[in-house]
Design a protein around this ligand. Structure first.
Ligand code: SAH
Length: 259
């Protein structure tokens, strides 16, 4: 059994190991966040079982997924549990791994690119920047028990914050951050469906983010990236890393070598 991170959506961002693993198994148990482009890579013999549970994270649903994983694995089939991004960043990878191991089911994890990391390259936005941001924290805004972060400590830390699952609570997030001492003019980048065909993003500030997100109609799944480093964003030409362009890249390299 494999726990596979499928990355943020663009199939090109699958690791080779993830790709090879996904090609070799019989069953994919897939989350909502796994993109259509990645599902399209499934060989015809693969059984795709959607087990997404958007939002809510109801514990009975998680229990059902765990039992399903065990059932398939014990039936002798090769199974991949396929998750968006990385299984160990807000992906319950730790819980699932421990649960399977406790039942004697051999499981291997294959990492994926977490959406927050993909957003940095996709937006041309450094998460760390010399003398501006000395580190980065991946945080969730949604917690099962409703507890919040120590925003004062995070504000003082100067870390770039990458906030997952924050869209449904953006007003509360904004209020808590302002109360915690984040400057109202601190820049915020918001990106919906990063690396997917319908990716959308905007840059705003802590003081204006809730209103600007609503006005633009951005919704889940989206990330908020907050911190001074966001001001160092460099807009780039996109699409140069698409498969079609790789071929011309090779042609160019051949030309250079021929000179
Ligand atoms: N394991 C995933 C995160 C799952 S939690 C990872 O490593 O990326 C779900 C949250 O991840 C969403 O609410 C959103 O905040 C973020 N997310 C996942 N995929 C995304 C994408 N393609 N674009 C923007 N945000 C995304």
């Amino acid at each position: 059994m494999w726990l596979v991170g499928a990355g943020p959506g663009d199939a090109e961002l699958l690791t080779l190991k993830a790709y090879r693993t996904l090609q070799s198994v019989d069953v994919w148990l897939v989350d909502d966040l796994v993109s259509d482009d990645i599902l399209a890579l499934a060989p015809t013999h693969v059984r795709i079982v959607p087990v997404g549970k958007r939002g809510g994270c109801v514990s009975t649903a998680q229990g059902f997924i765990l039992r399903l994983m065990a059932r398939y694995a014990q039936s002798g089939l090769q199974v991949a549990r396929v998750k968006g991004g990385d299984p160990f960043i807000f992906g319950r990878g730790g819980e699932e791994l421990a649960w399977l191991r406790d039942r004697g089911i051999a499981v291997e994890a294959v990492g994926g690119m977490t959406a927050g990391l993909a957003a940095a390259s996709a937006l041309g936005l450094p998460l760390t920047h010399r003398e501006v941001a000395r580190g980065v924290a991946f945080v969730t805004v949604h917690t099962a028990d409703g507890t919040t972060h120590d925003w004062q400590t995070l504000a003082r830390s100067g870390l770039t914050l990458v906030c997952y699952m924050g869209m449904a609570r953006k007003e509360q997030l904004q209020w808590e951050m302002l109360q915690g001492g984040f400057a109202a003019d601190l820049p915020v980048a918001v990106v919906e469906r990063v690396t997917c065909r319908n990716e959308r993003s905007l840059v705003t500030t802590v003081g204006a983010m809730a209103a600007d997100i609503s006005a633009a109609g951005l919704g889940s799944p989206a990330l908020l990236i907050i911190g001074k480093a966001v001001a160092h964003r460099v807009s780039m030409q996109r699409g140069s890393a698409q498969p079609g362009c790789t071929v011309s890249g090779v042609a160019e390299a051949v030309e250079i070598l021929a000179v």
